[in-house]
Design a protein around this ligand. Sequence first.
Ligand SMILES: Cc1ncc(COP(=O)(O)O)c(C=O)c1O
Length: 433
Amino acid sequence: MIQELYKLRTQNSWTLYEEAKKFLPGGVTYAIKYWEPYPIYVFKAKGSRIWDVDENEYLDFWMGHTAIIMGHAYEPVIRAAKEQLELGAHLGFCHEWEIRLAEIVTRMVPSVKLFRATNSGTEANMYGIRLARAYTKKNKIAKFEGHWHGGYDALHKAVNPPLNKPPSLGLTDCVMNDTILLPFNDLEGVRQRIKGEKLACIILEPVMGSNGMIPADREFLKGLRELCDEVNALLIFDEVVTGFRLAKGGAQEYYGVLPDITVFGKILGGGIFPAGGFGGREDVMELLDQTKRKHYEMSFHGGTYAGNPLTARAGYTLLSELIKGEVYLKINALGEKARKGLEDIFSRNKVVAHVTGVGSLFAVHFTKEKPKDVISAIGDTKLAKDYFYFLLNNNILCMKPSKQVFAPSAAHSEEDIECLLSVTEEFLGQASV
Ligand SMILES: Cc1ncc(COP(=O)(O)O)c(C=O)c1O
């Protein structure tokens, strides 16, 4: 019934999906963008709104995988990008914008003294891990269950339940055996699992994103910092989602815990161009310095489009706004209003559900307890799916059918949050809940 309504409203998307299936495996470029029976096809976006090819207007809470912090088609970034397109989007030589971007990142993010740009968060994680191995001269790495760091082999382990199944075929035992899995928000559990291991690094998302915006406990992060120092392993924060979003200095500023290496993505490219980057302590990043070392003494990083002027200028333009700090007051207040409002609605309607998140990031979990990790985040998938489609049919977009994740931007208003709250209330009033 709920899907029948969806089909009636999205006939043009259905036509495009039928065509897409002929040329794209599964009809999509990334499985996360698919939902049953087919996804919507978006035609344009502005501010907090998105329009699909059937001319439905949606209130968007997915915001380009959380990358769009100022709203879609943010004028200053569009203007800067247009100007740079005329001058040259891909020059193949050094240019001023790579310096501007690196400089502003080092000013904003407390632990980053030197910085390098990549083309994606996945790539940045790959180079970050390599750098940690190069610096410590150790092979093994440790990541947390349920944390997502992109498709890089070494980190593509235990992403979604069931955790004992590989998240992809084609991953070799050799690579998998070098990656140790850790329990999130459980310092004693971490201690036990790393006992006797020679670790190059421990990497984590300070807020576990795709499994439902579950924040690390502050004490847990502090403990992890001490533990890394104790065992001579580097601490890596994957701030692809939290970077420039929780605060201008990301999660490390918010928590007051400094990693050795930080990985960025999303917002770093102005929110609209493929981007990533990594940075950290001088003595660690120095291993990338070709003026001081021969190639066989370095940790390699590079790439045709890495730090290209279009992405770098877009990123710099956006960060120049974010560094003022005002935007965080606004988006964090929106996040707070949504979390409080949703908790209140669930409790008044006696629905067993919880809302997690921090700052502007939040997620709904139909679980008995407030989840602290990926396993406790497994909840009522039928209810979650129904909620997702109800929001969709009421012109509200979020990700994904199995778990609803939201990331409002500075273009969102209090009325937008109230709209989400009232549609949620309506959903809970339905007979099937
Ligand atoms: C925390 C985190 N790390 C890394 C990545 C991978 O970034 P990209 O998709 O740019 O490769 C993502 C993407 O969603 C992410 O959320």
